[in-house]
Design a protein around this ligand. Structure first.
Ligand SMILES: NC(=O)c1ccc[n+]([C@@H]2O[C@H](COP(=O)([O-])OP(=O)(O)OC[C@H]3O[C@@H](n4cnc5c(N)ncnc54)[C@H](OP(=O)(O)O)[C@@H]3O)[C@@H](O)[C@H]2O)c1
Length: 336
């Protein structure tokens, strides 16, 4: 691809604690040519997900990013060169593009066309990993029933804001937990949650007792740690707890202490189940159709938190851990 240059943000060192500038290095290489069955994508948007921090440090459900490799990340853009008959030049696609201007996808990495009429932002938020995680975590594991009480932590974030709205659509009483009054106001006033607890200024245990007088039937956990422990103290008989994420612990350098209220799971016959959204790939279409119906009917709101410029991707990741975002964090990739 001639003289064009591919800017890449690569992993310079593994994080200990919160990832700092020492973890990243920007380098440049020639834009690659596609091999057989591959496409080259001009990356326009990056999906910034907390799991990237885990991939930077160690093997998880995917192998750790090798030091020196581009930071692994979902994203989207248009096909610039193609050696796939089914994906012509100009097709808008998403996939694991990485933090760079140009990505090669197709042979080993899935490349998925974005349907006409769906914006890049929606493809990476409500119809992307974020919305799908909220949908399957809540519907498959949480199984909310009308009249039940659902509590969602990380309530103003990408996943939490959608999970809470789905619980409302299922006829539940929904209590959010978030880190600022502005976030709490947003989920109550704009998204229709019944109440929201600011965990930084309020006693979560006491407030859950007050706001969930009939106990908690579903706790959708995005944060782990002390907030999970507080929720466990209030669970009802046969409560369901989808363990979606534990962001409060991702930067820990030592293993956190255990949960004091875990034994309530026994007496209440509760179910606490972790999940990884990639396991639901065969059912993504089902979720996208349902989410799309709710969006089209004006029943589901999706908000994005956009960071400008490829070089700002590390700052975008930091926003998640500093609680600076409302909605799904995306990077709008600039021109090289
Ligand atoms: N299982 C899966 O397959 C899967 C897939 C996608 C995402 N996830 C998980 O889902 C969760 C949400 O992901 P997301 O992409 O939607 O991120 P997000 O919720 O948009 O952003 C992360 C939020 O976490 C909150 N947070 C940060 N540190 C915290 C702490 N110490 N205690 C409590 N809250 C804290 C912040 O909000 P506050 O201001 O409210 O603190 C921040 O806005 C993450 O745990 C992620 O790992 C899991």
């Amino acid at each position: 691809m001639g003289t064009q240059v591919n800017r890449r943000i690569v992993l310079a060192s593994r994080p200990r604690g919160k990832p700092g500038p020492e973890c990243y290095r920007e380098d440049r290489e020639a834009v690659p040519e596609p091999a057989d069955a591959e496409v080259v994508v001009r990356v326009r948007w990056l999906s910034i997900d907390p799991t990237i921090r885990g991939w930077m440090e160690r093997d998880t459900y995917l192998p750790a990013i090798p030091v020196g490799d581009v930071i692994r990340s979902g994203g989207a853009g248009e096909v610039l060169a193609s050696r796939r008959d089914d994906i012509p030049i100009g097709t808008r696609v998403f996939g694991m593009v990485g933090w760079q201007d140009y990505a090669v996808l197709g042979a080993d990495t899935p490349v998925l066309p974005i349907p006409e009429g769906i914006s890049y932002e929606d493809a990476l938020s409500v119809y992307g990993i974020t919305g799908l995680t909220a949908y399957f975590g809540l519907e498959d594991i949480g199984k909310p029933r009308a009249g039940e009480t659902v509590v969602v932590s990380g309530a103003a974030g990408g996943v939490g804001s959608i999970a809470g709205q789905i619980a409302k659509l299922r006829g539940c009483r929904v209590v959010g937990i978030a880190g600022t009054d502005e976030k709490c106001d947003w989920v109550v006033d704009e998204l229709g949650f019944d109440a929201c607890i600011n965990y930084r200024t309020e006693d979560v245990d006491a407030r859950l007792g007050k706001l969930c007088p009939d106990g908690i039937d579903v706790y959708f956990d995005n944060v782990g740690g002390e907030i999970l422990d507080a929720a466990l103290a209030h669970i009802n008989l046969h409560a369901r707890i989808p363990l979606c994420g534990a962001i409060s612990t991702y930067n820990d350098t030592e293993v956190a202490s255990g949960l004091r209220n875990i034994r309530n799971l026994i007496s209440q016959r509760g179910l606490m189940q972790g999940f990884i959204i990639l396991d639901y790939q065969e059912r993504f279409l089902e979720a996208i159709l349902q989410l799309g119906t709710w969006v089209a009917d004006g029943k589901l709101v999706s908000r994005v938190d956009v960071v400008d410029g490829l070089s700002q991707a590390p700052a975008g990741l930091s926003r998640l851990f500093d609680g600076d975002n409302i909605g799904k964090v995306l990077v709008a990739v600039d021109e090289p």
